[in-house]
Write a new protein. Structure first.
Length: 220
């Protein structure tokens, strides 16, 4: 069985130790405990190479979100944010910072392990209502931003549909069923979309779509 190295970032040493004990029972091995993002950055600079970084956030200040963004730039490791509760601001800042998952500390141990395994398999794990929350935040916190343009050609009608399905929290299989196309075709469209908008993962693609005024496409 594949074992992934995990770095835990949490100022609460007791919780961090308990979390380390919990996830070490699965396909994970805790390779480093850090109390702050700065400690995590220093460890990475000194040669620690985690496959996954689990960052515990407090009230989601801009500094904390900036820390997640710095970690995203410093390593290719997957990043999961572990929050005290599902909160609009924490969710929005975490996704915009490039987190691959947004999880709740109160979730069951089985659900947490499963979510972390999905993250390591390349999935993006976040609440299905992420789209509506980000749209609400964008509308309430600031004027509509200038629309970013795709790096290359404009998005096709089908590619826009793909992004709208993504905002609705649909998997590739569900998108294929909803649009009456094959799953391999969905993957091809995703690849083209990622290239055009310069997105590295589904989370970044979702954030781009919301910032450019797209809305979720309901299943039919």
């Amino acid at each position: 069985m594949r074992t992934w190295n995990v770095m835990l970032v949490d100022h609460d040493r007791l919780f961090s130790a308990a979390l380390g004990t919990l996830i070490s029972g699965g396909p994970f091995r805790v390779c480093h405990h850090a109390t702050t993002v700065e400690d995590a950055e220093a460890a990475i600079a000194q040669g620690v190479q985690p496959d996954l970084i689990v960052v515990a956030l407090g009230d989601a200040t801009n500094d904390e979100a900036g820390g997640v963004k710095r970690l995203r730039a410093a390593t290719s490791a997957r990043i999961a944010v572990l929050a005290d509760a599902i909160a609009d601001r924490t969710l929005s800042l975490s996704l915009k910072a490039g987190a691959d998952a947004y999880l709740n500390k109160s979730m069951s141990s089985e659900s947490l392990l499963r979510a972390l395994q999905l993250v390591m398999l390349g999935e993006v794990v976040y609440p299905t209502h992420v789209a509506s929350l980000l749209i609400a935040n964008a509308n309430s916190e600031r004027p509509q931003p200038e629309r970013a343009q795709p790096a290359n050609n404009e998005l096709s009608k089908r590619e826009i549909q793909i992004l709208r399905c993504l905002l609705a929290g649909q998997s590739n299989k569900a998108i294929a069923r909803n649009l009456h196309i094959t799953e391999s075709t969905v993957k091809m469209h995703f690849k083209n979309v990622m290239r055009k908008i310069n997105a590295q993962n589904r989370t970044q693609a979702a954030v781009w779509a919301i910032q450019n005024g797209l809305s979720p496409l309901a299943s039919v």
